[in-house]
Design a protein around this ligand. Sequence first.
Ligand SMILES: [Zn+2]
Length: 277
Amino acid sequence: MPELPEVDLVCRQLDESVAGRRIVSARLLRERLSPATPPEAFAEMLAEAGINSVGRRGKFILFDLANGRTLVTHLRMSGRFMLLGPDREDPKFTHAVFHLDGDERLVFQDQRHFGMMKIVATEEIPFTEDLKKLAPEPFSEEFSAEYLVMTLRRSNRPVKLFLLDQTKVCGVGNIYASEALFRSGIHPETPASKISRPRVIRLRQAVIDVLTESMEISRSVPLDPENIGGSFYGDDADGEWNVYGREGMACPKCGGTIIRLSQGGRSTFYCKRCQRK
Ligand SMILES: [Zn+2]
């Protein structure tokens, strides 16, 4: 699943590719991609809509349209956008097509079928289901040390699972949670409420740092119109991370062994020596 820096890259590249252009017509090919808006309404609400910009809230991609609506998209496991010329056929697993001015079309392709789209009035965005519950953006002022101290204090869940909860901390996925806990020296099973204030402050900084570093790497990814955003880490992330995906390997800080454990059905990686309970 793409993490925040990847979604951020997708948004920047979409903005670069389609902002200022017009959706001439739109087709929803897989109804369940957009359960709240059936294909006829989908086509009607997007026809002749200018695209002001493409941004995001958490991992939701927001196409801000000139007709007062916003097309909300979530890539989930495998959704991706492709900008294709008239000579190219729709690829397999094409679930929505947006014909743009200039004879190009933006295709939403989703091999795993978990992607989501919905069309909402732009002024309703802050109150929209899914979006209204999201925690503050990690780069916003609201994501303060005080916010994190107060929010952690109210939870007894293991801190790793707390970090993955998008209503508590927005934008941290499985990789970044492991990396941020390693950097702040916190054991992933520590109950959230038991983390001392100085450690929470270190954890907040670690979250911001790991996301910032990845976003910087993502800025050097060239735009490939047929695979917008792509996956700049892929599955083979060896060497990119301190602990993630490095079970049995040496900790880069102390030389100890990296351990893998399962939390909430997903893998967590940590160093037994650097991250004591
Ligand atoms: Zn270590």
